[in-house]
Design a protein around this ligand. Structure first.
Ligand code: CMP
Length: 145
């Protein structure tokens, strides 16, 4: 399996409840390296731009309101099959369907307040990573040597 990068957002609900450390630990224990990270309180424009693909959906306004309701922790994860691995760690989008032991099962509430976001494909990962990080903010030790 190829080495991939994926974007993770620990959402305001999980940050507020103090689950940041637990979620980051899950990434590292699964063999995903955190190669970039920042904590931000998203502006409305930044959240709207990130979720622009959903702008026609009925939940868009509420999603933007939720994502701007408190700080988020955004990271770039790198590893073998990182995109699928992160999605497996998160569990299904709807937290009510996410099994215990998954991030959303343990820390999410419903389909909107679902604790974490992860890129769904290599193309979206590339766009999402560059939405939040410059190349100089990504620390990839192997490439830097
Ligand atoms: P995320 O992985 O961040 O990608 C888009 C987000 O939209 C998703 O997680 C949910 O938080 C939210 N979402 C998706 N479907 C719905 C829905 N039917 N109602 C409310 N929010 C939704």
């Amino acid at each position: 399996m190829a080495t991939e990068r994926t974007l993770s957002i620990i959402k305001p609900d999980a940050v507020e409840k103090g689950a940041t450390g637990d979620i980051l630990r899950r990434f590292e224990e699964a063999g995903l390296q955190i190669i970039a990270m920042k904590k931000l309180h998203l502006s409305e424009d930044l959240a709207k731009g990130f979720y622009a693909v959903h702008k026609e959906r009925p939940f868009y306004g509420e999603l933007v309101a939720f994502m701007t309701s408190g700080p988020v922790v955004i990271s770039v994860l790198e590893g073998e099959g990182a995109i699928a691995k992160n999605r497996e760690l998160m569990g299904p989008t709807n937290s009510t369907e996410a099994p215990a032991g998954t991030i959303r099962g343990d820390h999410g509430t419903d389909i909107e307040r679902n604790a974490a976001h992860g890129s769904d494909a290599p193309e979206t990962a590339k766009v999402e990573i560059s939405y939040f990080f410059n190349a100089s903010e990504i620390v990839a030790p192997c490439e830097a040597l």
